[in-house]
Design a protein around this ligand. Structure first.
Ligand SMILES: *Cc1c(COP(=O)(O)O)cnc(C)c1O
Length: 382
């Protein structure tokens, strides 16, 4: 089976994890700060806070922006459920904005209309979670202008997009947002097995994130409420969690990041070849990228005829092509239907879902494997 995505682990990656196992620290040692420093240097953010998953990262990102009961958080329906669940964890409400049919990212025009309506109804969102679907940045500059006009925070869910650029800067620099979140699950571009990171330029947000990932506990003398009782003394000053990343994960992450440019370059080459090799098939390809800035986590094709999607998908699996579908619209999940969402709420997201198939794209994929995918797809569509 040619998988839709998979990790790329080198001998150097293995050596760096084994070194940690032989060292004094399996957690709370020097590798996590090194990983954070490597990330913030790479993306150009002032701070990076590593945690045990992007889901945890999204949760504490919402908390650091004071999202809570009575607040509303918006995101898009075409994403992994975690992009919406994080708001529910905080006791906030979730609502969605439809996607742009050809980039699968948030539709800025739909956002603008919904914001005007929300303003009139006195129900503006506290935060917007802007998903970088498939590794391509949404139009953050326009979204940021709207955030100033309507007064909401922005979290970029860039789980798909480490290594991507936007307007000449790395995604994660937070030029147009308060916070960016990355995932290091093995199907993503860089892996720490499980793991996530939050980047920000705001020292108060960074401080809050550091507290929240480790029980809300501090030993920092400037943060203590009482006089210290001695060298053992710490205080819990907030309600936090244990969302810490281990040293093994951080060491793997540091080692993986050395190859990030190589990972993304090969993904861009493969994506470009897909555009060339699939152009004549009865498929809609993602909006062409004229600036070559996506990190290409996923390559999603849409069959022209939605009624054929399932048969095409099953034929591909039968031929050993490990296709997948990203994603079932979040608002149509049973849990979200219970909250009141119904089919028809977000027509472009629903249309997309009816037709989408993610085809294999990963670092280490050979041209022969790519040609097998194209041949299988050609046959399955006949
Ligand atoms: C993978 C993913 C997440 C969750 O990442 P984890 O690290 O697995 O918790 C969140 N949002 C999006 C868009 C993702 O693709």
């Amino acid at each position: 089976m040619i998988p839709y995505g998979r990790q790329s682990i080198s001998e150097e990656d293995i050596t760096s994890v084994v070194e940690v196992l032989k060292s004094d620290f399996l957690t709370q040692g020097p590798k996590v700060p090194l990983f954070e420093q490597t990330i913030s240097e790479f993306v150009g953010s002032k701070f990076a806070v590593a945690v045990n998953s992007a889901t945890s990262a999204l949760h504490i990102a919402c908390l650091a922006l004071d999202v809570g009961e009575g607040d509303i958080v918006w995101t898009t329906p075409i994403t992994f459920v975690a992009s919406a669940n994080c708001a529910l964890y905080c006791g906030a409400e979730v609502d969605f904005v439809d996607i742009e049919p050809n980039t699968f990212n948030i539709s800025v025009s739909a956002l603008e209309i919904k914001l005007q309506q929300a303003k009139d109804a006195g129900r503006l969102p506290k935060a917007l979670i802007a998903v970088h679907m498939c590794g391509r940045s949404p139009d953050m500059r326009l979204i940021s202008q709207l955030s100033e006009e309507y007064g909401f925070h922005i979290i970029e869910d860039a789980s798909h997009a480490i290594g991507a650029d936007y307007l000449g800067e790395p995604v994660g620099s937070c030029r147009y947002s308060d916070i960016t979140v990355f995932s290091f699950h093995p199907v993503k571009i860089v892996t720490t097995a499980e793991g996530g990171v939050v980047t920000t330029n705001d020292p108060d947000i960074a401080h809050k994130l550091q507290l929240l990932r480790s029980h809300g506990v501090t030993r920092d003398p400037t943060q203590l409420h009482a006089e210290t009782h001695g060298p053992w003394y710490y205080e819990q000053v907030d309600l936090g969690w244990n969302y810490r990343m281990t040293e093994l994960q951080a060491a793997l992450g540091v080692s993986q990041l050395q190859r990030l440019a190589q990972f993304v370059n090969q993904r861009r080459v493969l994506a470009k070849q897909y555009y060339q090799k699939l152009g004549t098939l009865p498929l809609d390809l993602p909006a062409p990228e004229n600036d070559g800035t996506s990190a290409w986590h996923l390559f999603v094709v849409r069959v022209k005829d939605a009624s054929k999607r399932r048969a095409v998908f099953e034929a591909l699996r039968q031929m050993g092509i490990g296709v997948n579908v990203h994603y079932i619209p979040v608002h149509l999940q049973p849990y979200y239907r219970k909250l009141g969402f119904v089919a028809g709420d977000y027509p472009d997201a629903e249309q997309y879902y009816q037709r989408a198939i993610s085809i294999p794209l990963f670092h280490g994929m050979t041209d022969e494997q790519q040609d097998s995918v194209v041949a299988a797809l050609t046959e399955a569509l006949q």
